[in-house]
Each structure stands twice: as structure tokens, then as C-alpha cells.
Design a protein around this ligand. Structure first.
Ligand SMILES: [Zn+2]
Length: 257
């Protein structure tokens, strides 16, 4: 296997680390509390993806205004982001309404929730793969390695968010592995694509799709949280957010050491 593909694989494969960690926890009673923690992870991820996309868009607008060139390409970029975000939210709603309205057991509902989380995260990870592939093909091999390691650590937290809604058993293993592959392995595919082309528009579209998926999934999780002790649930939500924020900060700092 060539190097950018290996880096892509490294970045995504850690998504499976969530499996043994959750399996070791006898989590039946803790399920709700872990789901809220995972929701905190997803909220941070959403904030981060949107912030990155807007950084890119604002830079494009400033650039156009400074150089007194047309702002239409920049406006196209922001439209791409907003349209892909809206389309993905509607697609998820349509998907649930059309195919899963009849699915009533808790297990089936949990699987659908995990599947939607895996799809949103998979699209976001495709853009991580693209960044790795782009950097590698532009000769920044050391930076590509740093990116891959950073994404690998951050994607371990994403695996946690995907698998939390489900029972981790050997009987479920095929489904669990498939969900992990949907969420994690797009980094491999993205790295391969990234060596062949570089496109800011593609990154923006993937960010929009991932954000739309995450907005939908977060809303679904929060809507289904049963009334309980508000202090407990809020603390867990904040803990998931803070945990992921600290992971990202740690990675950012270690990249510059
Ligand atoms: Zn990721």
C-alpha cells in the first residue's frame, strides 16, 4: 500500500477503539449518560467544522474585497456550504420518515441513530482524508503525517460517539464493524482522492454535508433524552464537549512543539 493511503488508514482506523472501551464498561445503566457525553463530542465537532468552513469563506470574501475582484466566487462558496447543510438535514429527515417510520423497537431506533451518526462522521472524515492526500501530493509529507496522527487521535473520540447508542456484543459485531467502516474508513478513500485533486469547493461541500448531518443527529439525541436530573445531564454534555476541545487543543499544541 502506498504512503498516503497508509496515512489515511491510520487516521481513520482508530474509530474502532471505541468498541473495546465501551465493551469493557458494563454500561446498561450508564447508557443514557454516555449518550449525552457522546452528544457533547458531536456538538464540539459541529462547532469545529462550521468554524473551519467559515474561516475559509471569510478569507475568500476579504481577499476579493481587498483585491477589488468579483465576490461572486466567494458567495458561491458560502451558498455551497449552506445548500449542502440544508440538503443533508432534509435527506436524513426523509430517510427516517420513509424507511424507518415503522421501526419501533429500541434496538432498531438505536441502530438508526448510530447509522446516521456514522454517515455524518464518515463525510467529515472524507474531507480529513482529502487534506492528508493534498498535503502529501504537494510534498508536505511531514505535515501529512502530523495531520494523520492528529486525526487518528480525534477520530477515536468519534468512534465513541458512533458506538455509544448500541449494545456491544459479539452477535452485533458485524453491524458494529460496518458502522465503524462507514464512519472511519472514508479517510482512506479521501487520502487517495486527495493525491489526485485539490478542491476547496469539495472540502466546503463535505463540511456542509457533515454539519447538516450533525445538526440533525444532535437534535435527535437531545429530543430523546428522558427527563432526569438536569445537573447530571448538563454536566455530562459539558464533559463531552470539554473532553473533545481539550483533545484538539493538545493536538494543536503538540503540532507546534
Ligand atoms: Zn474526524
Amino acid at each position: 500500500m502506498n504512503e498516503p493511503l497508509l496515512l489515511g488508514l491510520l487516521a481513520g482506523i482508530t474509530i474502532f477503539l471505541g468498541l473495546p472501551i465501551l465493551a469493557l464498561n458494563k454500561l446498561k445503566e450508564k447508557q443514557m449518560i454516555l449518550t449525552i457525553f457522546a452528544c457533547g463530542i458531536l456538538i464540539f465537532l459541529l462547532v469545529e467544522i462550521v468554524a473551519h468552513a467559515f474561516e475559509e469563506i471569510e478569507e475568500e470574501i476579504e481577499n476579493a474585497l481587498e483585491k477589488k475582484i468579483s465576490v461572486i466566487p466567494a458567495l458561491t462558496t458560502i451558498s455551497l456550504f449552506l445548500i449542502s447543510l440544508t440538503v443533508m438535514m432534509l435527506a436524513f429527515a426523509l430517510f427516517e420518515e420513509t424507511f424507518f417510520k415503522a421501526q419501533k423497537t429500541d434496538e432498531q431506533k438505536a441502530f438508526i441513530q448510530a447509522l446516521l451518526i456514522a454517515i455524518s462522521i464518515g463525510v467529515h472524515n472524507l474531507s480529513e482524508g482529502l487534506l492528508i492526500g493534498n498535503s502529501y501530493s504537494q510534498g508536505a509529507t511531514r505535515f501529512a503525517l502530523f495531520l494523520a496522527i492528529g486525526f487518528a487521535i480525534h477520530n477515536a473520540t468519534e468512534g465513541f460517539a458512533i458506538f455509544t447508542p448500541l449494545k456491544i456484543t459479539l452477535k452485533n459485531m458485524k453491524k458494529l464493524l460496518a458502522l465503524g467502516a462507514i464512519g472511519g474508513l472514508p479517510t482512506l478513500f479521501g487520502a487517495w482522492l486527495g493525491t489526485m485533486f485539490h478542491s476547496v469547493s469539495a472540502l466546503i461541500v463535505f463540511s456542509g454535508i457533515a454539519s447538516g448531518g450533525l445538526v440533525y443527529v444532535i437534535w435527535q439525541i437531545l429530543a430523546h433524552i428522558k427527563e432526569g436530573n438536569k445537573i447530571h445531564t448538563t454536566t455530562m454534555l459539558a464533559a463531552g464537549f470539554v473532553f473533545t476541545a481539550l483533545t484538539e487543543l493538545f493536538l494543536e499544541i503538540s503540532e507546534h512543539l
